[in-house]
Design a binder for this molecule. Sequence first.
Ligand code: ATP
Ligand code: MG
Length: 553
Amino acid sequence: VVRKTTNAPGIITSGLQDVEIPTIPLDEFVLDKSGIWDARVAVECVVTGRNYTYSQLRTKSKNFGSSLRKKLKLQKNDVIAMLLPNVPEFPIVALGAIRAGLICTTINPLYTPEEIARQLTDSSAKVIITLNDFWPLARAAVQSTKTDIPVLTVDTKQGQSTPAGAINFSEFTDNAVDFPRAATSSEDVIFLPYSSGTTGLPKGVQLTHSNIVSNICQLHHPELNLFRETTADYQEVCPAVLPMFHIYGLTVLCWNLLSLGIKITTLPKFEPEMYIKSLRKYKPSTLYVVPPIAIFLAKHPAVKPEDLDSVEYLINGAAPLGKLDEEELIKKANRDIAVLQGYGLTETSPAVLTIWPNMKKMPGIEGALGLPLANTQVKLVAIDDPTGTPLGPNQTGELLVKGPQVMKGYLNRPKENEETFLDGWLRTGDMMYYNDEGFLFITDRLKELIKVKGFQVAPAELEEIVRNFPDVTDAAVIGVPDPKVGEVPRVYIVTRPGAKIDFDKLNEHVNSKVANYKQLKGGICVIDSIPKNATGKILRRELKMIYEKENSS
Ligand code: ATP
Ligand code: MG
């Protein structure tokens, strides 16, 4: 039974018993239990079928890491840049580099050369690992750094030749001279992912062995367990479409699932056909999603109810999933899928809050993000309160987190590090409250709240209301300047093809549900698509740029 306790007024914990966290490097943690499932496939590409067993993962990663040290002469704590979509080689590269005492910075392969160059320079990366197909992109990025970083490329198709100037990944890995495991402390940094850049430029987040191992152990608390144990005769399969270059895919999919002996089936990008094919072929019991994928499953006509037959748990994270979208999904499946939530940040490895299976039935849980993981404390603090005094129930404030999954700090950003930590607590920048049952609810991001006459309006609340108006398929709200009240909400909507929206009716629909100051006084505008990043977060600053352009001409 779940018990919620507070050990000090306003400090919220889950009441889950603390889990033990071993002091062991991540690569050992992930691979050392795998004796039982050595011969089983660890990762498989849905598109090409190429795959690696757990035992191949161990050997190849060791060889790859050795080659980085021996052939490229990389030194302890050097940074390697992984410019990779989800491919079976991803864990080989990361585990090998970590074993060799190196740090992995993961880069979004949809970035422009300039964006990639910025991360290469900021992280002082010494080598890039990418796919043959991304060679021109990597080359352009390297040129724009004005350095000569070597590039290793993985061939994903039979018979593909390595581009002139690149180093072939397989040859580099297979002819390795063994390099002994690097001496490590669990406080060594192993990953340097960048925050998504939703509210500013992406920041390099330093995560240690201990951060990632802790977060996995926290997710493995018996109360949260979603998977049947891997044995000699049984193995679950889980599709990995969420990008592993982002912390959600990296920890929750890649390391969490591999440490359980599950078979990960990778999709290099989200393609409806391929994703549906992976559901039909592999029959997963758990799906990790972000809102656009949950909405795709709920609303897309190509997804048939029977495609969801094997699914018991659907875990949403990274951005808010509306209640109505959840209901639509369950209606589509025509069965009782448990839709669970996870909340986290790059800075927290990422998981902080979650709903676990038996919590779904508890009163007061609807719409909540759940409770903190084991070994984690959170509190809410009034905006601009430097004392960090915790607020009580039903008061909205900024969420602060303390736990073993909290990052060491941002790379080379003393000012942000100072601002982000308050007496050892991490400020999340997210506005939340907890109800009388102790469950946490997110209102919106501090930086995205719209201020109408001093009242705060959360874009996410309006977006959910607008999205549920007939023929509206997506919506995003921003604040636009207003001479009288400071700022007013303006909505950008995407409509069903060919549909015409009656703006007066849409306004009436919104006005019947919200207070006067939240009304869409900044107007309604139809747009082809809402700009979003790889994990489904709305890029509101791009909409603000669109608005500024509209108004400057
Ligand atoms: P940046 O910090 O560079 O502006 P970012 O905060 O979007 O970018 P991430 O670390 O990828 O970068 O995302 C963390 C944020 O995602 C959280 O602070 C929160 O706002 C949002 N988030 C995460 N999980 C959820 C969830 N389940 N529901 C709603 N929002 C979520
Ligand atoms: Mg952030």
